[in-house]
Design a protein around this ligand. Structure first.
Ligand code: KG4
Length: 320
């Protein structure tokens, strides 16, 4: 429950991570079923925690794209029913726009325009946030998302799912020069990125060590990996910031919690003079508050969803 875009009254979250950890990744059908089970109770909990009743709700926000279609459809159908029953507007929100909005909650003074590095399990891109609802993609990954890469490497190292946070912990105190890992460049597209070569390099390293019976320096590998990801993300973000000259850089998405990336961005922004906005750790991963926040600005821009609203597995952040 969010008031006027910036004040979070409650942020109820139901995590399914333990369930998917058994399989080493998200099982779409299980994800959809768990959404069906959780959504009504979670909404009641959010109301209770905010000290509100249904009559206090002025609008219903929902993530309608992009993502796993089954899970999205559960949310969209529930939100449509709720908005219809309450007689209030329905506001469709692009998931990644929601991640960006987590910064408005953490930093009440932040206003567009700014450059935002969006890094999650499904997306990696550098966005020109021209206004709350007007965005342009400046560069994006051509293959894997950075978070997906963290998760795959963690899986092959056997350190759990989702792998980003345990990889981050493992990297603490590790030697980031221990393993030489590739940093890819996309010819002719300096702000685009590629992570599949890095992922393959780590997988090959692990398999070769296994075949030779060699023991890997795991903290060193995790630190070298985090450095390679950060060296791909941070200079491109800073280059975009330089080109646009807004003087403001933000980060969004689950991977924004990464210690190395946060530290490298802090250092780079100190050097360039840009102001850096990092979302608080609790708002980096998926949460409802960020969707409510972005919905306020979509609402002000006239965005409404009707009963015909559909969910989409893929959709550009530029379209909203
Ligand atoms: O934004 P998010 O919660 O979900 C998506 O919309 O994808 O991002 C989840 C991703 C996962 O890949 C997870 O491993 C990664 O964020 N992640 C991290 C860290 N915490 C979560 N990656 C690197 N370092 C972290 N500390």
């Amino acid at each position: 429950m969010v008031r006027d875009g910036r004040t979070v009254l409650s942020d109820a979250i139901a995590s399914q991570a333990d369930m998917h950890a058994t399989y080493g990744g998200v099982v779409p059908e299980i994800a959809s079923r768990k959404h069906v089970e959780a959504i009504a109770g979670l909404t009641e909990l959010a109301l209770e925690q905010a000290g509100l009743t249904r009559a206090d709700i002025d609008a219903v926000a929902v993530t309608y794209a992009p993502g796993l279609i089954g899970a999205l459809l559960v949310g969209v159908n529930f939100a449509k029913s709720a908005a219809y029953a309450l007689g209030v507007p329905l506001i469709p929100v692009h998931h990644t726009r929601g991640h960006i909005a987590a910064n408005y909650i953490t930093h009440p003074e932040l206003e567009p325009p700014f450059v935002c590095l969006c890094v999650s399990g499904g997306n990696t891109m550098i966005v020109d946030v021209q206004d709350y609802t007007r965005m342009r993609i400046l560069g994006a990954t051509r293959d894997d998302a950075a978070g997906e890469c963290f998760d795959k490497v963690a899986r092959v190292l056997g350190i759990g799912y989702p792998g980003g946070a345990p990889m981050d912990r493992l990297a603490q105190g590790g030697d980031d020069t221990r393993y030489e890992l590739p940093r890819a460049h996309v010819a002719g597209a300096p702000l685009d990125m590629s992570f599949s070569g890095l992922k393959t390099a780590v997988l090959n390293l692990v398999h070769n060590a296994g075949q030779k019976g060699e023991t890997l320096d795991l903290p060193g590998l995790a630190a070298s990996f985090a450095a390679a990801v950060s060296d791909t993300l941070v200079p491109r973000t800073m280059e975009a910031a330089k080109q646009l000259g807004y003087g403001k850089v933000a980060v969004a998405g689950g991977v924004a919690a990464n210690t190395r990336i946060r530290a490298d961005l802090e250092r780079a922004c100190r050097r360039s003079g840009d102001k850096l906005y990092l979302p608080q750790l609790s708002l980096c991963g998926d949460n409802g508050a960020m969707i409510g926040c972005q919905a306020y600005y979509e609402y002000l821009a006239g965005r409404r969803g009707g009963l015909e609203l559909n969910a989409y597995a893929t959709r550009s952040i530029e379209l909203g």
